[in-house]
Design a protein. Structure first.
Length: 651
């Protein structure tokens, strides 16, 4: 049989070509509608990498929480973070781990394009494990960061090798346990906020009926505000016009002295009426419950109590100052607080060199005076208006790094443009960074601008209270916890000396029904504020707060028959101080009397100044013949005030 060849134009040939054409078209359509297998593999691997990274972030977050709690319970260390750290730390660690996983995976993908085959899984695990271990080892004290970094990298290397051999099992474990870990984070979040709300509700529900006609009390502390820079006290710049105006209707104390030149013991003295040496509050120890506070006393008499603080380091709930307040707000829920909660991210974000490069001096979690006012007014609007209130406000804007908002940043000169950081570095490394006179002047201008900003916010708050008809029913107390030094004795900042620049603070008390408009020259101590507030409210407290009510000074002649005893200030040496600051020589004490100030340093050296004629304490009279008798008198007074039986038992 002879078979004819298939010619190009015949019917069978057409069918063949049509079938091939249809098959080719189907293949082209499948290539457009179906994913490439290599793309599927990439997506699956990236998904697994992200899941593994998130799992590691959650795990190291829980370990970091456990580390903080063990340090607090076992060693009594402060956590210095918000109660929200139980959910903030895992969240930040997860976000950091996910970012590192994506970057590591992309790097491996780029290497693959360049012809270098690298297993992505151990690379991703190494990166996220290194970050997680860094979060943990940074809590190890007294070891250099370079050594800690090497330790974290070594641990991460071993973990990456181990899990690379068990990759499938680890992925299965991650998929099974990650949802439960996430649920735990959500549960902790609900528990923290629920416990706080429940505590507020219970404290408010337990309040007794308040006394009829009891006034409100607004207790304002401007953190780090030295009296010398207030126009209220004759300063050349108009830094405090609103407080000046308030002073025209109340008692202005020209020589109010803080019991300590730093935040915690000074606040603790104001709240308890105790000298600093009687209290448990130290650089690393909170105020304990040995002595009652003003908030507790007024709460027991039916006052609604609330505190709103901006100094997140030394006036937070953790430091014991929230005792007696039914409602207390400290750390905000913010991006800055998220960064602050993570040891690794915080260390990077607060690095001096990085901050200098970025020209950014701002704190991670600044709470401005405006925010403090808003929090207070929101609480005020929601409170039971039939009760009097005792409210404590702490403004932090005058503290380093002195960054007032516009227009206050230029009110007394151009912004310092990095010079404020220089002052901060001088405090930390006094021999390495010495600011010039121009640097100090720029810092002072920024500081004065910050005071002016706080003054304006206080004025705005008082105006709001006036519009609500509350101002005439409210005792207003405005003071500061301590001052600030700008090199007057070679010292910058505070907490390092007991010179007037550090302990002389403003004090204004206004309440027209009971407080006479008067200026009082007699030296007074802030520890008397507890007794004064209780006196002005008219409630009876047993036992009474120690000290005296300052009401006797505006109700009596300018100076009584008997000269008052000098007022005490103390400074206990913190750990790790530098030899360039006075407190490095040991614990310091000072007495401020009528026209004289006495300072005894930790090394036994004594100083005596005529502050009526030498406010900045530049001429030491201790070595002069004329000062010997006064030194003997001051030594005796100091011995009576600082005796062994007045020291806190827990120290």
């Amino acid at each position: 049989m002879v078979t004819a060849p298939i010619m190009p134009g015949c019917r069978d040939g057409v069918k063949l070509r049509g079938a091939r054409a249809r098959d080719g078209g189907a293949q082209r359509r499948r290539s457009l509608t179906s994913p490439d297998p290599s793309g599927i593999i990439f997506v699956v691997k990236l998904r697994d990498a992200l899941l593994s990274a998130a799992w590691f972030g959650l795990l190291t977050g829980f370990l970091e929480i456990l580390t903080l709690m063990l340090r607090k319970v076992t060693f009594g260390r402060m956590t210095w973070v918000s109660d929200d750290f139980v959910w903030m730390i895992p969240l930040v660690n997860v976000l950091v781990a996910l970012l590192l996983a994506v970057l590591a995976f992309l790097a491996v993908a780029i290497l693959a394009r360049l012809g270098r085959s690298v297993n992505a899984f151990p690379v991703v695990i190494f990166c996220v494990a290194a970050a997680g271990f860094m979060n943990l080892v940074l809590y190890v004290p007294h070891i250099h960061h370079y050594a800690l970094t090497l330790l974290a990298l070594g641990l991460a290397t071993q973990v990456a090798r181990l899990l690379a051999r068990q990759a499938a099992g680890f992925r299965a474990l991650s998929r099974r346990t990650a949802p439960w870990m996430l649920a735990l984070v959500v549960g902790l979040t609900v528990a923290v906020h629920g416990q706080r709300a429940l505590a507020d509700h219970r404290a408010t529900a337990a309040l007794p009926s308040p006394p009829a006609g009891a006034p409100n009390v607004l207790f304002i502390v401007i953190d780090t505000a030295r009296a010398a820079n207030f126009s209220l006290y004759g300063y050349g710049r108009q830094t405090t016009p609103r407080i000046d105006r308030l002073g025209e209707h109340g008692a202005v104390f020209d020589r109010a002295i803080a019991t300590a030149p730093w935040t915690l013991p000074s606040h603790a003295s104001m709240f308890t009426g105790r000298w600093a040496n009687e209290l448990s509050s130290t650089w690393r120890s909170p105020l304990d419950d040995t002595y009652p506070t003003v908030a507790e006393a007024l709460s027991a008499h039916g006052y609604a109590t609330a505190g709103f603080v901006a100094n997140l380091h030394y006036t937070s709930r953790e430091l014991g100052l929230a005792r007696g307040f039914a409602h207390f707000e400290d750390y905000p829920v913010s991006l800055g607080q998220l960064v602050h909660c993570s040891a690794l991210v915080r260390t990077v974000a607060t690095n001096f060199r990085l901050r200098r490069f970025l020209r950014n001096d701002e704190l991670l979690s600044r709470v401005s005076a405006d925010e403090i006012n808003q929090r207070f007014l929101a609480w005020l609007a929601a409170r039971d208006s039939t009760r009097p209130f005792f409210v404590f406000l702490n403004y932090f804007d005058a503290h380093l790094p002195y960054l007032p908002p516009p227009p206050f940043d230029r009110q007394f000169g151009p912004p310092p443009s990095g010079k404020v950081s220089l002052l901060g570095r001088w405090i930390i490394h006094p021999r390495r960074h010495q600011p010039s006179a121009q640097d100090i002047a720029a810092g002072m201008a920024a500081y004065d601008g910050a005071l002016a900003y706080v003054d304006s916010r206080i004025g705005a708050l008082l105006d709001q209270l006036d519009r609500q008809g509350l101002l005439d029913k409210t005792v207003i107390v405005i003071t500061a916890d301590h001052g600030e030094e700008f090199g007057e004795h070679g010292v910058f900042g505070h907490g390092d000396s007991l010179y007037l620049a550090s302990v002389h603070v403003p004090l204004v008390i206004a309440y027209p029904p009971r407080v006479a408009a008067r200026r009082i020259a007699e030296p007074v101590t802030l520890r008397d504020l507890a007794a004064t507030v209780v006196d002005l409210t008219g409630v009876s407290v047993t036992p009474a707060f120690p000290g005296r009510s300052l009401a006797q000074l505006w109700a009596a002649p300018a100076r009584g028959a008997n000269a008052p005893e000098p007022v005490l200030s103390e400074l206990r040496r913190p750990t790790g101080v530098l030899p360039a600051v006075p407190v490095a020589k040991g614990d310091m004490t000072s007495l401020t009397g009528t026209g004289r100030r006495y300072i005894r340093n930790g090394d036994g050296v004594e100083e005596l100044y005529d502050v009526d004629h030498d406010y900045w304490e530049s001429r030491n009279l201790a070595g002069l013949e004329s000062g010997r008798e006064e030194l003997t008198e001051f030594r005796g007074l100091l011995g009576r005030l600082v005796s062994p039986n007045t020291a806190h038992a827990g120290r």
